[in-house]
Design a protein around this ligand. Sequence first.
Ligand code: FES
Length: 265
Amino acid sequence: MANSVVRLPIFEPGLGKTLRRDAWWAGPLATFTILSAFIVYATFRAFENRYFEAGPYLSPFFSPYIPVGGIPLASSIPFLSPAMLILPGPAGFRLTCYYYRKAYYRSFGMDPPACAVGERSAHKYNGETKLFLFQNLHRFALYVAIVFLGFLWHDFIKSLFWPAPGQSGGTEFGVGLGSLVILANCTFLSLYTFSCHSWRHLVGGSVNSFSTAPFGKLRHTLWSQVSVLNKNHMLFAWVSLFGVALTDVYVRSVASGAFQDVRFF
Ligand code: FES
């Protein structure tokens, strides 16, 4: 029986050249738009440097708030707002995140723009070397992110304690809409942080056999649970990014008087 020959279409090299017929450009375009909008907004807030506190609420862009003599410690450094000193911590975590790397290499670098779509120049993948060597610091960025997460959960607890009427310096327990917004933000950020690939490696990596490794059973349980979160890392990356921005918008709106917070009890 004669062999039938299958002729594959010839792929032409060049930026954006592809045989794909689906809307492959929609993902990179959405990524470019959302990340650009976030960077512009965060930069605006870092320079605006006000409306970051409303009652017991604190914007995540300005956390940790460490007052010295009534002003945030970071404000005592000339020309720098607290957000300018704080944001590089969480930003470094996102910049070196394995998921975001894929997203911004495609949307900002077009290198390549999508699977099976032509890139700018002849394909030369050298790994993350030279200028991109810093990406290997992701594990350390994770440690920094966990510290920031601790500050943010602390802010949530603080958001539940309101100035008590008639008691100078006293507080009383209460829950407002802002407390719930801050709680949601902390939850989304925790899901993003603890679904991280480096965290998964930390709890379950470098093990040949869980049954013989120290704390193997515990590590296997943790690793299995982190693996469930890890499958949704991309979702958590986006939801938490919106969460941070919307929490800041909420606190800013209440602080500036544009929106009246609702206190449930
Ligand atoms: S891989 Fe995305 S935060 Fe670690």
